[in-house]
Design a protein around this ligand. Sequence first.
Ligand code: NAD
Length: 248
Amino acid sequence: MGILDNKVALVTGGARGIGRAIALAFAGEGAQVAFTDIRLGGEADDLAASIRAKGVKAMAIQSDVRDFASTQNAVDAVEKEMQQIDILVNNAGITRDNLLIRMSEEEWDAVIDTNLKGTFNFCKAACRQMLRRRQGKIINIASVVGLIGNAGQVNYSASKAGIIGLTKSLAKEFGSRNIQVNAVAPGFVDTEMTEKLTAEQKKALTDLIPLKRTAKAHEIAAVVKFLASSEADYITGQVICVDGGLTM
Ligand SMILES: NC(=O)c1ccc[n+]([C@@H]2O[C@H](COP(=O)([O-])OP(=O)(O)OC[C@H]3O[C@@H](n4cnc5c(N)ncnc54)[C@H](O)[C@@H]3O)[C@@H](O)[C@H]2O)c1
């Protein structure tokens, strides 16, 4: 028996990193798991096999979160194959870091379109059935920089602050339909997204974290799993920081 038995979850940008850890955590609790990514390849095949190895259904879907039509197709495919979507995790995200003075319009647009518009797209496409069924959990992956800012990331931190505003507004719109909408704000997590940092930059960052270490993806997934379960039925509109104490 798992805490997500008979639930269907959809995770965006799930082929690697935090999304992958979330997909595996859900499968480990008995959920059927569909995940999207902009490109499907070996990583996605491995993940689908690992999900199935836990005894639940898996579905890998090629979809670009920036494109509403592609998003709607992904949601339709999951609803056709798995009948419903109980849990939506908006995880797909990118960085294009630069100081504002050097940041191009393309860098701004790419990050806002992927992180913020992508979250809007999937919430809009997946909510129809949730509203009809009067149940659902939406978990949006924000970031601590959406709360505290970060030099060199005006695009990324604006997108994540936007996700927090979207989360709170949607929690108010959907509360009466028994749909909980929350955000998880990770601090610094060891994934490909953060691999570009130099050892020096990583040390400077770690020194600021009360727990004196970065996070593993499964530590973010554990909180997402809790928010996706019925244990969290009375939690909505919240931003849960999983950051080793960085933003307290
Ligand atoms: N790693 C960190 O330290 C950290 C910290 C805070 C928040 N986050 C957030 O966590 C989420 C996952 O990050 P990660 O570290 O696992 O990154 P990652 O780069 O390892 O994984 C992101 C995934 O999203 C996919 N993706 C990118 N653009 C897409 C698009 N247009 N459509 C569909 N999929 C797309 C990528 O292909 C990739 O599989 C992101 O929203 C990120 O902003 C990460």
